[in-house]
Design a protein. Sequence first.
Lengths: 245, 602
Amino acid sequence: MKKVRLRIDGVEVSAEAGQNLVDVAADHGVFIPTLCYMRDKPCLGTCRVCSVKVNGQVNAACTVRAAPDMQVAVDEPELNDMRRSLVELLFAEGNHNCPSCEKSGRCQLQAAGYETDMLVSRFEYRFTPRQPDHASDTIWLERDRCIFCQRCVEHVRDRASGRKIFSISGRGSKSRIEIDVELANRMSPEQVREAVELCPVGTILQKRVGHDVPIGRRKFEVQTLRERTLGHARNQEQADEDRIA
Amino acid sequence: MRIDSVADILRRQRADRTRLLDMLWEVQRGYGHIPDEAVEVLAKGLNLSPHDVRETASFYHFFHDRPTGRHRIYLCDSVTAKMSGHAEVAQALERETGERFGEARAGGDFSLFHTACIGLSDQEPAMLVDEVVFTRLKRGKVADIVAQLRAGRRPAEIANPAALPTDDVAYVDTLVESNIRTRGPVFFRGLTDHQATLRRALDQRPEQILDAVDASNLRGRGGAGFSTGLKWRLCRDAIGTTKYLICNADEGEPGTFKDRVLLTRSPRDVFVGMVIAAWAIGCRSGICYLRAEYVYLLPYLERQLQNLRDEGLLGRAIGGREGFDFDIRIQIGAGAYICGDESALIESCEGKRGTPRVKPPFPVHQGFLGQPTCVNNVETFACVTRIVEEGPAWFRALGTADSSGTRLLSVAGDCAKPGIYEVEWGISLGEVLKLVGASDAMAVQVSGPSGECVAARDESARRIAYEDLSCNGAFTVFDHRRDLLQIVRDFMAFFVDESCGICVPCRVGNVDLLRKVERVIGGKACARDLDEMVEWGALLRKTSRCGLGTTSPKPILTTLQKFRPIYDARLVQASGPLLPSFDVDAALAAHEQALTTVLGAR
């Protein structure tokens, strides 16, 4: 892979040409929060929480590929507030009651709220009633918490037919996630757990499993979102070095 | 319609997913809606989950998942429709049909829906009845149409009593007016020998055509103004097995209708322009994506394509040149403004939701079915034909340094002569207003809601050109009687309805902006609300995924800038610590009500 040199917050770094800026930043110890993006999976570009400035223009970092002499700004008051605003929009749009949520402590939206220093949403909370879908044998779809990131729609498939298990209905603010019950009932317990883990919030839940990890020992309580994102990069680096050795 | 017919549809379309919109249209024509049983058959045949079929269908507002009446009536409720008597017509429709808007039910003769701009701003109020259009509606005309439909006459029979063939331009003229107010030098000249123009193009090497388009300085007429020559070159140079060419005829920006008129009066300029592009880029396959609102043009346009094939100007061995094969098919949309975005349009051509893609990759590199794809606007292709005919220097001599040629304006609203005007780029706002007979103009919405609201008097010296006031063709005039805040509200409601929902700022933020405008109108806003509208507007402009979200705050931002006093006049002072928009009584009432419910249940 061709290497390119670019600057993040004024510091010169090197990256593989074509690598996206979320990964490049993480590899160099700079944390950019994300909600839809998953390392090593195709970019979804839906949450925009990774917005940074590239040569002065605001762009979602997950959609921008490293190129020579790029000037990337991450830590600026305006950008920090922008990313916080996007997280706040989601808290106002859905119904997020962290204390009663099975995903509390493991929820990426909650973690992103902490990472962006959100205290309360500046946007009006909507409290729109949303219907849960509990028709599947194994999955409880709790739409109150859905942030419409598209991870389940794009990354989960019926293994036999390749069909979508999760899909969208409607348009705009009326759109929501649907679950194909027949296909969902064919998911292996392992695939169900993967789907639960893949959902950044508490929308896809495994039935008959509730608050199974005690407070204080949950994912983002043990290691923050920032530490995880940067740690993953470090682990990756270590793995690469090990492989070369 | 029987369920076997759905299997027939599937067979006819060779179970090709890219034709899903066509299949859904056929199902809806048969059933009056898209029932679960048909979805099941389509899903099975396409190896999709039924929800995945619904994922596509539910994106488009002309597709109905619940039964409707025998005739579906879509009345346009755009800003210009409301300025032209929409309310009276809506009332008449409800009275005559006995139905109510937004409450479609099965079994009746009619279902009534509202729909955004249908490209007839110069002849509103207008409505679509099934696939036929009626314009300049009045109470009496509505009563007459409804009575005839009730008596069993088909919409086409009512609109076309002379029974003209639907593929004839006379049929189109019976339904809608073209209202061309000025013609030439580039458009509507009517004397072009397309055979000779195409021969002239094919006598040149593709590289020479690219050079000519570069030299003409032609910029895409869809609005963004990207260099056409560069786009073609990028697509030509891209690696791919099949290259596609798409004509964007999804003219959805409220207030514009020039593409409809171009396709009506000069379809050959457009299609021959596509053939020239195909030659230059190396495309074998073309799609003309026509918005569903213009479906009444379909037979006429199909006839035009067939004529071109018969004359050897389209299809196999074009112009007698072995190896140059290129054909065009027309894809009908199904009601979604966002499909005007080129990557959303490509998704829609693939039979999916019109969700704008993440870029890069750009369509010129990976577009339709992952292949290099060039998407241009209707007017851009018409320009290309003229550039080949007259030469790039001739074209470049028109207009300004950065905006060569002419621009078609769709003029509507408060003026004496609404319709289509061809103007040279560089013309001033004041000159256009004079030309169209707008003597009392207060504001002009240039480029539709996604464009800019300008002050007619203070900014009359501004030039319509990429260098100053860029324009996608929409030019809507508001005089001093109009309530600009109400117009801004309608524009924001339009964006809320049309946001695809895929990205957070656009899906969520537009709703908040709409509420803010309504708060101002309701006399509950204070200065802080205006500050937040500016801040939140900037957030959407900067972080949204596509052009819809990056432009949707503009009605608010540009009117706040130019017409601040109309906002200030509605503001109230906060008394005490609470915001004026906070309704203490309503908030406490909810608590009271909850208590009553709980105590009452005990």
